[in-house]
Design a protein around this ligand. Structure first.
Ligand SMILES: *Cc1c(COP(=O)(O)O)cnc(C)c1O
Length: 381
């Protein structure tokens, strides 16, 4: 660009020396070592594949709803900032989801952001985060991001339930600021024992976050327990019920907690398109719930089909995915075989000792589930 000085020629004499050195050296010096040691959260390329790896709903909105939604989007003023408190959306959520009186709710750009926000607020020197494992990997990653210690307590190996003695002993020994319990658990699909959850709530001096991302596919929730449990927080997301693209999660709990978390929330974290789309979705919940019921039915069919395959173990699931174990030593080869046939599932082998030889498949459309099963049968032969 003629007339504009380049950065090099604009730099005053003497500054040059201060900024010398390789980028690698500066990265070493400036980036926190625990961040440099991390691998980035890897999302595989899924273009053109039968995508059964990420617990998305396979169903878009029905055609008539699609038109109404597009019309609703027409009223959005993108030149203005969104409502920072998303007042309308929050009151709609409260009503539709049945959030009890006396609990406040806070919105996040996905529940991932809410986990991060909770941890930023709890991140005092020496503070610890505790969760059973295997569970949702973000608890560990975001604890580390917030500079906190993470304690993972192994689930029982046979049924992936909480180990009551181990959990209560770990709570006593580590005095965590927060315990995260995914209910149902990801990647195992089960609901933990209610009495053990209550025992943890009673025995901990810290918070307990029930992460209910998969509640639309289950018959149990801790939402009604909120008013009686001042150290209980409840987290939900619209991602797994057909709205993963919106990025919207919500956290409910005692206003004393929510008020503190709200101070570190970025002011406009829920954008105008997400706010209006989520309000629209909440006004048409029957359509989403019909999809959810269909997925639950298809989950049972997929479970029975997997259970009938020789050498395959599948665990019952209260979520929209199934965890299954393949004959010893074959998970990686079969995962790759599925990929080369155009079917993407999640390979969990080597992610945790309890998940050796395991893959996880999201329940898709009947056609997608059949395509997956056909490929799997061929690979097992
Ligand atoms: C998918 C998932 C989330 C993340 O939800 P987003 O709202 O999409 O960020 C949180 N917790 C668990 C257990 C999940 O499986």
């Amino acid at each position: 660009m003629p007339g504009l000085p380049s950065f090099a020629s604009a730099r005053p004499q003497g500054v040059e020396r201060a900024v010398k050195g390789t980028t690698g050296g500066r990265v070493q010096r400036l980036i926190r070592p625990e961040v440099r040691r991390l691998n980035a959260y890897h999302v595989p390329d899924s273009a053109g594949m039968v995508k059964l790896d990420a617990m998305e709903s396979p169903y878009p909105w029905p055609g008539d709803l699609m038109d109404a939604w597009l019309a609703a989007l027409g009223s959005v003023t993108v030149n203005r900032y969104p409502d920072p408190a998303a007042v309308r959306l929050r009151s709609r959520l409260r009503a539709v989801m049945g959030v009890p009186e006396g609990s406040d709710i806070l919105l996040g750009n996905g529940s991932d952001e809410l986990i991060q926000l909770i941890l930023l607020c709890l991140s005092r020197p020496g503070a610890t985060v505790l969760a059973p494992e295997p569970s949702f990997v973000m608890y560990r990653l975001l604890a580390l991001a917030a500079g906190m210690s993470f304690v993972g307590v192994p689930l029982r190996g046979d049924d992936f339930m909480l180990d009551p003695a181990a959990m209560l002993a770990a709570v006593k020994a580590h005095r965590p600021s927060v315990v995260f319990l995914a209910y149902p658990n990801n990647p195992t699909g089960n609901l933990f024992q209610e009495d053990v959850v209550r025992a943890i709530l009673e025995s901990t001096e810290g918070l307990v976050v029930m992460d209910e991302a998969y509640t639309p596919f289950a018959d149990s929730s801790f939402l009604a327990a909120l008013p009686a449990q001042p150290n209980l927080l409840l987290m939900r997301t619209v991602s797994k019920m057909g709205l993963a693209g919106l990025r919207l999660g919500w956290l409910a709990g005692d206003p004393a907690w929510i008020n503190e978390f709200d101070k570190l929330r970025l002011p406009y974290n829920i954008n105008v398109l997400s706010q209006i789309s989520a309000e629209f979705a909440l006004d048409h919940m029957q359509a989403l719930m019909a999809q959810t019921r269909k997925i639950r039915e298809d989950r049972e069919r997929l479970y029975n089909a997997l259970a009938s395959l020789p050498g395959v173990t599948v665990w019952p699931s209260e979520a929209n995915f199934l965890l299954f174990r393949l004959p010893s030593g074959r998970a990686v080869e079969i995962f790759q075989g599925l990929v080369s046939r155009g079917v993407l599932v999640k390979n969990l082998h080597a992610s945790h000792p309890l998940l050796t030889d395991c893959l996880r498949v999201t329940v898709g459309t009947p056609e997608e589930n059949a395509a997956f099963l056909d490929c799997l049968r061929a690979l097992l032969r």
